[in-house]
Design a protein around this ligand. Structure first.
Ligand SMILES: *Cc1c(COP(=O)(O)O)cnc(C)c1O
Length: 388
């Protein structure tokens, strides 16, 4: 196991909740019951900027405010630019809707054959099993339906969803998400995974969850055992900044991993939060240390009220270029844009092919040196401008 003392400075501790008995603090239901959900509670813990204060009032009709005490402790309450703070504290900038932004930016509603099932790709579905999360990311792409602030009234129809998967033999891969599926009880998760495992054509089962990050206490030995029993179950966590990779997250990931759960990470490229090589490099290095393989780096979807979060895509490309070759290949996520309106995930890569001509590939490496590779066949030129 990774030497624990090298992670000592990852320990976040009980912080502002130092007087709470350890037994309660480590109990995920205590963390949920004691979430910060109102402006008044928040103001007892920190001084908000005027924009944040207004944002909290606005949040009631947009996307609820909720922060677990554990995650709140990661916020630098003295710094309005804190990368953790900006992810979960509402801001009145969320009320600004730019051209092109919508409440369903990746067109999920159009590809829902039954409530909760998004069937966009030929061989796999997204299965939304709850509308609740432990905490709410302010840039949430599903803010229309999570937390029920917008009266969308999403009632996940587990039975209908399961019937749909059962009757579609082309579905070999099920991605369980929400909301956050790990907010379901152990019994429900056990039964859901059992039902899916019983479907002969379902080969691959995975979950997307930010619970290990917002509420690592939820990853109990009992839950890990459920994953082991129905395994292999793959799981993608969602971290954006190295500060989120704490001792507590490390313990949760270790427990999942030792129960045979392969772990990935999804990040969203966020303005002023992780839009630099330095921050992303530190994040992905920490993820490897806790057995998590970076999977996707998403351009921020065009969700209503997310303008202040969106970083230029060039920054994403620069990040990938700054990682590839410079550090461990395993640590490099795939940068993707989720095609607005329902195009699915589209990879965006730095260009390493400078030109193709006369059966020759002109390549540039990570240090910007040019290399020639004879392909022996004519390929279409990816970048004809350079041929002059
Ligand atoms: C992201 C997503 C998937 C999974 O895509 P992968 O590239 O296989 O990870 C499946 N369905 C929908 C609707 C998605 O948005």
């Amino acid at each position: 196991m990774f030497p624990i003392d090298q992670r000592k400075n990852w320990y976040s501790g009980q912080g502002l909740w130092g007087n709470v008995p350890e037994k309660d603090w480590n109990d995920w239901t205590w963390q949920l019951r004691n979430r910060i959900t109102t402006l008044a509670q928040l103001e007892q813990l920190m001084t908000l900027t005027p924009d944040e204060k207004q944002g909290c009032l606005f949040a009631a009709n947009k996307l609820s405010l909720a922060i677990t005490p554990y995650f709140f402790n990661l916020i630098d309450t003295k710094n309005p630019e804190c990368p953790i703070r900006k992810q979960v504290i509402p801001n009145i900038k969320e009320s600004f809707i730019a051209a092109g932004e919508s409440s369903d930016p990746v067109g999920e509603e159009g590809t829902m054959p039954v409530p909760g099932i998004v069937h966009r790709y030929p061989d796999r579905v997204l299965f939304l099993v709850t509308d609740r999360c432990a905490s709410y990311c302010r840039y949430c792409t599903r803010s229309r339906l999570v937390s029920n602030a917008q009266a969308y009234d999403f009632h996940p129809e587990l039975e209908q969803g399961l019937k749909y998967i059962e009757s579609h033999p082309e579905i070999r891969d099920v991605l369980i998400s929400g909301g956050d599926p790990l907010l379901l009880s152990d019994a429900k998760i056990d039964s859901l995974l059992g039902r899916l495992r019983a479907i002969p054509h379902v080969e691959f089962i995975r979950m997307g969850s930010r619970i290990p990050v917002f509420l690592p206490q939820r990853i109990t030995p009992e839950l890990a055992e459920i994953f082991r029993k129905h395994g292999p179950i793959w799981l993608s966590i969602h971290t954006n900044h190295p500060k989120e990779v704490t001792q507590e997250l490390a313990v949760a990931c270790e427990r999942l991993s030792l129960a045979g759960v392969p772990l990935g990470n999804q990040s969203v490229l966020l303005n002023g939060i992780n839009d630099s090589v330095e921050v992303m490099k530190s994040l992905v290095h920490r993820l490897l240390m806790i057995r998590v393989r970076p999977y996707y780096l998403y351009a921020c979807d065009l969700i209503e009220g997310s303008t202040h979060f969106r970083a230029p895509i060039q920054k994403g490309i620069d990040i990938i270029r700054g990682l590839r070759g410079h550090t461990t290949g395993y640590s490099i996520p795939q940068l993707v844009v989720d095609g607005p309106g329902g195009g699915g995930k589209i990879p965006i890569n730095p260009e390493y092919v400078q030109a193709v001509h006369d059966g020759i590939l002109e390549l540039r490496n990570f240090e910007d040196r040019t290399y020639i590779y004879p392909t022996g066949s004519k390929l279409p030129d990816p970048n004809p401008k350079l041929l002059d």
